[in-house]
Design a protein. Structure first.
Lengths: 110, 113
């Protein structure tokens, strides 16, 4: 079965510290991988997708096929990064559907 | 972001009542989705639709009904609401050109008493 695991429910760091939100998936094939973010009182929105190899708001995510991981990283966390982060690989059988992790709540403290 | 809207934003109802949550998008996206978000479960797909008049079940469809007579609208109906359906409901849409990118509505917080 296709599964995605975000092992940390809550991650708390201080402003300026590096942050890494972990995501592991169990998959056959080569899924597309995404990180979505939900800021307080805002709607869920796409943060980045691995195929784009882009950096959004200072965040990057590297796909490690050997470890089947797609961790989200930022070298210097900011208070405005506090939010709920979801890792979401696409469904291997239907790429219109995403498999959602349970999310990690990131709190960046001043 | 104003391209996809949900109504109502908040709803309180009683067990056994029928409730319809509305979702409207102005982008003419082919795909639309309904999710529920609960603590400890993350986002779970209820139903999705590939186009007008084409719908399919997600992970947790029981107790819900959807329809899609027009591309822009995707209402979700709880036929006989139960307390376990208390949740935050999100509608999302996806364009044909980027099938994996989903654009979310603001959510509807539903409480079933």
């Amino acid at each position: 079965a296709q599964r995605v695991t975000q092992p940390e429910k809550l991650l708390s760091v201080f402003k300026g510290a590096p942050v890494e939100l972990k995501c592991n998936y169990s998959y056959s094939g080569s899924p597309e991988l995404f990180w979505y973010v939900q800021y307080s009182r805002q709607r869920l929105q796409l943060l980045l997708r691995h195929i784009s190899r882009e950096s959004i708001k200072g965040f990057t995510a590297d796909l490690n096929k050997g470890e089947t991981s797609f961790h989200l990283k930022k070298p210097f966390a900011q208070e405005e990064d506090s939010a709920m982060y979801y890792c979401a690989p696409s469904n291997a059988g239907n790429n219109r559907k995403l498999i959602w992790g349970l999310g990690t709540s990131l709190a960046v403290n001043p | 972001d104003a391209g996809i809207t949900q109504s109502p934003r908040y709803k309180i109802t009683e067990t056994g009542r029928q409730v319809t949550l509305m979702c409207h998008q102005t982008w003419s996206h082919s795909y639309m989705f309904w999710y529920r978000q609960d603590l400890g479960h993350g986002l779970r797909l209820i139903y999705y639709s590939a186009a007008a008049d084409i719908t399919d079940k997600g992970e947790v469809p029981d107790g819900y009904v959807v329809s899609r007579s027009k591309t822009e609208n995707f209402p979700l109906t709880l036929e006989s609401a139960t307390r376990s359906q208390t949740s935050v409901y999100f509608c999302a849409s996806s364009p044909t050109s980027k099938p994996d990118t989903q654009y979310f509505g603001p959510g509807t917080r539903l409480t079933v008493l």
